[in-house]
Design a protein around this ligand. Structure first.
Ligand code: URA
Length: 213
């Protein structure tokens, strides 16, 4: 169901692959693109949270008291890399409503082509949380690497990067800069084009989620 090496997990579940195919289609409407992204994010959340720690709590079933496992949602930080990250964030939050949430905003300086921070707000105590950074597209990897740098500067130690599509170039860049950060993705595409877009890809994820152009 998933192809995994230590650094990269490709979630090959048929439901994920089917929904991704529908999202890739150029004629998918904004509404269906958004709905599919929400559905796929639920499935990716299942994969990315499979090693979350659980703690035991006392409950009463109709039959008798028992000790039962619950996720320590407060120990989890979800970090959306703006703006397309919000499309993945929403579905995961539906599954884990008590997760803490942060945002990282970066834009590319047109002169230097380097990522520049314009917004950064994350929960406290990142050093004690599993931190899941979400961005649908891992393309050049420049903004992902910069976002992870910022999270580490703020104490994050246990980080997973979750995306929808990854390019080999971005995976290599992340592996070089942050070998300790595993990547979970629905697909590893062929390459980047001359403008840094993933091909075959799905176009500009932010534009497709928000209906901008
Ligand atoms: N960002 C996108 O939205 N799409 C790409 O193909 C690459 C980066």
């Amino acid at each position: 169901m998933s192809h995994t090496d230590k650094h990269l997990t490709v979630v090959e579940h048929p439901l994920v692959q089917h929904k991704l195919t529908l999202m890739r289609k150029a004629d998918a409407s904004t509404a269906s693109f958004r709905r599919l992204l929400r559905e796929i994010s639920l499935l990716l959340a299942y994969e990315v949270t499979r090693d979350l720690p659980v703690t035991m709590t006392e409950i009463d079933t109709p039959m008798q008291p028992m000790q039962a496992p619950v996720i320590e949602g407060k120990k989890l930080a979800l970090i959306s890399i703006l703006r397309a990250g919000n499309g993945l964030l929403d579905g995961i939050l539906e599954l884990i409503p008590s997760a803490r949430v942060g945002f990282v905003g970066l834009y590319r300086d047109p002169e230097t082509l380097k990522p520049v921070e314009y917004y950064f707000k994350v929960p406290g105590g990142l050093d004690e949380r599993l931190t899941i950074a979400v961005d649908p597209m891992l393309a050049t990897g420049n903004s992902s690497v910069a976002a992870i740098d910022m999270l580490k500067k703020n104490g994050a130690k246990d980080i997973i990067f979750l995306c929808l599509l990854a390019a080999p170039e971005g995976v290599a860049r992340m592996k070089e800069a942050h070998p300790d950060v595993p990547i979970v993705t629905a697909a590893l595409d062929e390459k980047l084009d001359d403008h840094g877009y993933i091909v075959p890809g799905l176009g500009d994820a932010g534009d497709r989620i928000f209906g901008t152009k």
